[in-house]
Design a binder for this molecule. Structure first.
Ligand code: NAD
Length: 441
């Protein structure tokens, strides 16, 4: 099929590459000229494992094109997919400005009957509104069918998640249009749920809110475990073996971040308020997460008896999670702001997110090129993102050049046995008993 995609972010680009990989002819459109120039050369503007290889392969095969021209990109497309951003607006609702603009961009260039698929995460009722908007701006006598097809990929495994999704949700009022979108994805051999537009829109929010709630729940449990002397790893293992609970998303840590969970829970909460539905659990989920994001600062404050000013703190990891360079809503941001507000000197290391972090944190903190450079002379290490190279660190080596051998592990990712074999260390995980082999200076 001939497909056009508006937006070459994490979702639009992964979808475009995946659809080309399964044999469709895809044109990806973006208003960002720099991005498109890079993509035309086969270079991915985002860090996503496996994406660039498939990008190069499908460009060479002639199944994938990139343009900044909506007219050129949409021309002849049977299906147009909207995958532009829907960030959070000031009142917590989803900001639909980009989507509305994208819908107008499509409308004015449509020259044939077309199925418009909305892949962006949007509040219930948005697909209906976009249909009206496109019809209002359509210059030609063409018919539009709208299909809601929310995306569930995770950054860091976007290609794999797109090609091997758990399910594909297709929401439509027009069955023929829905069937055509089902046909688009058929080569992926993924289970499909066909539903109404509104249910499809809601499935996305319900899924993200549930996962965020699961994270906040286990983090809340971790805090209780710490208070009563239980170990959250054992508690989560025991809980997760119950098939009704499942063991994923039960890793206690310093909260969720990224471009989806925070804004999606907030947007759903906003919807509940608009409709006078009492759903306090969503508010609690967000509140717990806010507290958890600065848990390591609280722990450091207590350990240093409130005297953080002048301490050199090494922060390992900046990205909101491993395998991505995305800094949106990363816990490293509030941690950096709070530590520096209290007068600490923060030096951070991340294998890929440093330049994105610099755009947000500027020179408020320093940036190291290696882990060794970050930890040299540090009074404490904060583990913020569980990159493989951080997980595999030898704790005895890590603390060698530190001023004080104090580690706050926000992801419970260092090897416990290796920690125990250190002769001098203070190790503070989340929701687990601390290991203290040395009382510091
Ligand atoms: N990132 C994720 O992990 C993820 C997962 C599932 C769903 N989603 C949802 O998918 C949507 C897109 O997310 P993303 O992370 O890919 O966004 P993004 O911000 O990475 O990319 C959006 C892209 O759209 C482009 N754009 C904006 N207006 C345009 C227009 N009129 N025409 C063409 N291009 C335009 C921007 O330049 C940008 O490159 C959001 O609604 C998000 O909530 C994201």
């Amino acid at each position: 099929m001939k497909v056009a995609i508006l937006g070459t972010g994490y979702v639009g680009l992964s979808t475009g590459v995946a659809l080309a990989e399964i044999g469709h002819h895809v044109c990806c459109i973006d208003v960002d000229e720099k991005k498109i120039a890079r993509l035309k050369q086969g270079k991915s503007p985002i860090y996503e494992p496996g994406l660039e290889e498939l990008l190069v392969k499908n460009l060479a095969a002639g199944r994938l094109r990139f343009t900044t021209s909506h007219r050129e990109g949409i021309s002849g497309a049977e299906i147009v997919i909207l995958a532009v951003g829907t960030p959070q607006s000031n009142d917590g609702a989803a900001d639909l400005t980009y989507l509305e603009q994208a819908a107008r961009d499509v409308a004015v260039h449509l020259q044939q009957d077309t199925i418009v698929v909305i892949k962006s995460t949007v509040p219930v009722g948005t697909n209906d509104k976009m249909k009206q908007l496109i019809e209002a701006y359509c210059s030609e006598d063409v018919s539009i069918q709208i299909v809601s097809n929310p995306e569930f990929l995770r950054q860091g495994s976007a290609m794999k998640d797109t090609l091997e999704a758990d399910r594909i949700i297709i929401g439509c009022d027009d069955r023929k249009a829905g069937d055509k979108v089902r046909e688009l994805y058929r080569p992926l051999n993924v289970p499909v749920v066909m539903t109404s537009l509104r249910s499809a829109e809601m499935i996305k929010y319900a899924s993200n809110a549930f996962l965020a709630m699961k994270i906040s729940f286990i983090n809340g449990m971790a805090n209780v475990c710490e208070a009563v002397g239980a170990d959250i790893l054992d508690v989560a293992k025991g809980m997760g073996m119950d098939k009704r609970i499942g063991n994923s998303f039960l890793q206690a840590g310093i909260g969720y971040g990224g471009s989806c969970f925070p804004k999606d829970v907030q947007a759903l909460y906003h919807t509940t308020k608009q409709h006078n539905v009492d759903f306090g659990l969503l508010g609690e989920t967000m509140e717990l997460n806010e507290q958890q994001r600065v848990l390591l600062v609280k722990k450091a404050f207590e350990r240093f008896n409130g005297k953080i000013a002048g301490k050199k703190i090494a922060m390992l990891g900046l990205a909101f999670k491993p395998e991505t360079d995305d800094m949106r809503e990363a816990p490293s941001i509030p941690i950096s702001l709070e530590l520096t507000r209290q007068g600490a000197d923060v030096i951070a290391y991340d294998p890929v997110a440093t330049s994105n972090a610099q755009k947000i944190l500027g020179n408020r903190i320093a940036y190291a090129k290696t882990i060794q450079e970050a930890v040299a002379g540090a009074d404490a290490v904060l583990i913020v993102t569980e990159w493989d190279e951080i997980k595999q660190l030898e704790p005895s080596k890590l603390v060698e050049d530190m001023n004080e051998a104090i580690i706050f592990d926000g992801r419970n990712c260092l090897n416990e046995e290796k920690i125990r074999s250190c002769s001098k260390i203070e190790y503070y995980p989340v929701g687990r008993p601390a290991i203290i082999k040395y009382a510091g200076k």
